[in-house]
Design a protein around this ligand. Structure first.
Ligand code: PXG
Length: 290
């Protein structure tokens, strides 16, 4: 594997950053998780856009332009002969002192890893997930805005641990007001009476690229889409429920906190969205091999 760090490519065993990097010391940095399908990087522009938005929010000036970062992502895929894969694009504040002042950091570092994709077990998609609401609430946007894809994922990791302790793969995270925010690494959707809804960004949802894609696909199929505040009651009484994320794609949810959702089987609108999503991922994106 060839890993990109600040303009150079290294073998995995030589791909190293300083122990004084503030990405490690403080979680000071931002990242993106991107997929490649069929020799193309899916939604590359949207991911690089979001990286710039996250960086701006934490006052981190990226050392490369949008075009340069996009080219580096594609080139890293090419050097690793990726056809289908998972790309991790990371920007750290860089090497600094032991103090937390980011102004003491020399310059931000950019790391790109392009690896084989670890697919989720097929039964998740066929049977659907059984998920729970966890006690850890999503970060307050007045404290650490959940829209920022920062290197500090402890909020989500604590929720993931709580889900795993309850025997579940995913968790619903509420915000401090008790409204549904999102899952630990995925956005949440419900279908009720043929209409689709998902929590608004202000409720603590990440501006998910898959979320946006699925909303576009639903609208193109004539499904009404809205972003109201949702409570657990809305989720329990939905006809269908699913989660979306770059890694998971679109996964049906059939049980929430012991309540069976709809028929208890993946719903028809969800299944159609899964198909439409696959068709899109396999036919669009930034070509890796010209
Ligand atoms: N919410 C959160 C908190 C996320 O981290 C999503 C939603 C979905 O967004 P996209 O843009 O992917 O549709 C994410 C993204 C993983 C993994 O390995 C996934 C994310 C972050 C870190 C790791 O599954 N997700």
């Amino acid at each position: 594997m060839k890993i990109y760090i600040d303009g150079r490519y290294y073998d995995e065993k030589n791909a190293k950053i300083s122990v004084f990097d503030h990405g490690l010391l403080y979680g000071d940095g931002v990242f993106e998780g991107i997929r490649a399908y069929n020799g193309r990087v899916f939604k590359l522009k949207e991911h690089v856009d979001r990286l710039f938005y996250s960086a701006k929010a934490i006052l981190l000036t990226l050392p490369l332009t949008h075009a340069e970062i996009s080219r580096a992502v594609v080139e890293t895929c090419r050097r690793n002969k990726i056809k289908d894969g998972y790309i991790r694009l990371v920007v750290t504040r860089g090497k600094g002192t032991l103090g937390l002042n980011p102004n003491k950091c020399e310059r931000p570092s950019i790391i790109i890893i392009a690896d084989k994709i670890q697919l989720y077990p097929p039964e998740y998609y066929e049977r659907g997930l059984d998920i729970v609401t966890v006690p850890t609430t999503r970060n307050l946007h007045s404290a650490l805005n959940p829209a920022i894809k920062s290197l500090n994922y402890l909020n989500n990791i604590l929720a993931k641990i709580e889900a795993n302790n309850a025997g579940c793969e995913e968790a619903i995270m509420l915000n401090a007001e008790g409204y549904v925010a999102e899952c630990t690494g995925d956005n949440l959707f419900i279908i009720k009476d043929g209409r689709m809804s998902t929590p608004p960004l202000a409720a603590g949802a990440l501006y998910g690229i898959t979320r946006g894609t699925v909303m576009d696909l639903a609208r193109a199929a004539g499904i009404e889409v809205s972003e109201p505040n949702l409570t657990r009651y809305d989720v329990f009484n939905a006809d269908e429920c699913f989660v979306t994320g770059t890694g998971a794609e679109v996964v049906p949810v059939v049980k929430v906190d012991g309540r069976v959702i709809g028929s208890g089987k993946p719903g028809s609108i969800t299944r159609n969205l899964v198909k439409a999503y696959h068709a899109l991922t396999n036919s669009t994106g930034e070509p890796i091999y010209a």
